[in-house]
Design a protein around this ligand. Structure first.
Ligand code: GLV
Ligand code: MN
Ligand code: MN
Length: 418
């Protein structure tokens, strides 16, 4: 690598204003008018967001490749060998903020632009990736694009996934013009590092500037369809009801009970409830609910899943309903590469000594890339720990500092042998 060597990049910095302006420009697409963003995977808004970021990749003269699951890779082909990759996602949940995912992609772009401007020539290519459908809120599972990229899910299977609005993933990819030609699984990068907002309260509460992320907790997503007997709300005695809404409520309470009993890292959420026919004076025929259950410990996560299975069986008997389960996502906890974690920790400390090692509560593309190459993540704090919400916020100087850590980590990774 020419110029700017370890251990310090001295006064070399990314262009903070440019990064912040790009974050604002991207947030305009799908803006919900309250500071939030709605660019759900493979919608027209997702396409418009992709088009904007791809136009920036072209302006930077990157080699832009789209693969068969719609992941976009912008590579600066300098040096030799497999690239050091960064990136994240630009799809959002329906109630998303400006930074979740977008920050990691645009900071990656900023790192490459900074190197080019300052004539820093790394020994390996640098690549910034936009992974398809990280959120999984429209097409489950989450981290879908990166999962297919690393070979964890067959392409054909992924293309056939149906969205919550009844569309086939492959058709939506073609519709928005992002069904690319590059094969999946794709080539393994030399290493991967993802910069992300924490999306939780820990860094802020402990007055830390950065997180060196040690891994990602395990995730279990299930959809339960509870079928009972629809009937008149006024005439049906309570003891003769087979009521899916009541069972959905019991399940929600039971999940809270599991989380309280297990304590520690156990979290459980019922995030989606659909009743049919959803009318004030009709006992529903059917309830469809989603369960999101996570833990950093695989055995404990399995225990929680086992308890839920047993409880389902029990309430089927007690309440006279039938329950059908569909697994929407299941990922074991992931531990990142110690060498990359230690590098993140060291480079972050050079910018601000207040660094904490911590696991991620949210899912991330880096947990999929970790199957493929040495990987880790950098976190910056989230105000009030709020995310998947229009109030998601990180201070501008924290965003800029995080990108400066990313710059240093990526350049170091070009020189590391694994
Ligand atoms: C993805 O953002 C997830 O953790 O649900
Ligand atoms: Mn994210
Ligand atoms: Mn998210």
């Amino acid at each position: 690598m020419t110029s700017i060597n370890s251990p310090s990049l001295g006064s070399t910095h990314i262009n903070g204003n440019r990064l912040l302006q790009r974050l604002d420009a991207l947030a305009e697409i799908g803006s919900t008018g309250d500071g939030g963003c709605c660019r759900v995977a493979l919608t027209d808004e997702d396409k418009a967001g992709r088009d904007l970021v791809v136009s920036w990749m072209h302006e930077l003269d990157l080699d832009v490749v789209v693969d068969a699951i719609g992941n976009v890779f912008g590579t600066w082909n300098v040096g030799v060998g497999a690239p050091v990759m960064t990136g994240s996602h630009i799809d959002t949940v329906r109630t998303g903020g400006k930074f979740d995912g977008n920050y990691g992609v645009l900071a990656g772009l900023e790192v490459i632009e900074t190197c080019k401007e300052l004539s820093i020539t790394p020994d390996r290519p640098l690549c910034v990736a936009i992974f398809t459908d990280e959120e999984g809120a429209r097409f489950a599972p989450d981290m879908l694009g990166s999962l297919v990229y690393v070979g964890g899910l067959a392409l054909e299977e992924a293309l056939d996934i149906e969205s919550i609005d009844g569309k086939r993933l492959g058709d939506e990819l073609v519709r928005i013009g992002y069904a690319g030609a590059a094969p999946c699984p794709g080539p393994a990068p030399h290493a991967f590092v993802e910069l992300h907002i924490e999306q939780g309260p820990v860094l802020e509460a402990e007055d830390r500037a950065f997180g060196a992320v040690t891994g990602v907790q395990g995730i279990s997503w299930q959809e339960l369809t509870i079928v009972g007997q629809s009937n008149h709300a006024g005439t049906t005695p309570m003891n003769l009801r087979r009521d899916p809404a009541f069972v959905a409520a019991m399940m929600t309470v039971y999940l809270r009970d599991i989380a309280e009993r297990f304590g520690g890292d156990q979290v459980c959420t019922v995030g989606k409830v659909d009743l049919h026919p959803n009318l004030i004076n009709v006992i529903p025929a059917r309830a469809t609910i989603t369960l999101d259950v996570r833990n950093t410990d695989e055995d404990t996560l399995r225990d929680a899943e086992h308890l839920i299975d047993t409880f389902c069986f029990q309430i089927e008997q007690d309440e006279g309903v039938s329950i059908t389960k569909r697994q929407l996502a299941r990922f074991e906890p992931v531990t990142f590469d110690e060498r990359v974690i230690a590098l993140v920790e060291r480079r972050a400390r050079e910018v601000d000594t207040r660094v904490k090692r911590l696991p991620s509560g949210a899912g991330h593309d880096a947990q999929m890339l970790a199957r493929f190459c040495p990987s880790a993540m950098i976190f910056v704090p989230s105000k009030d720990g709020i995310s998947h919400n229009a109030r998601e916020h990180t201070e501008p100087d924290q965003l800029v500092d995080g990108a400066n850590v990313l710059l240093r980590v990526m350049l170091d990774l070009t020189e590391m042998e694994f």
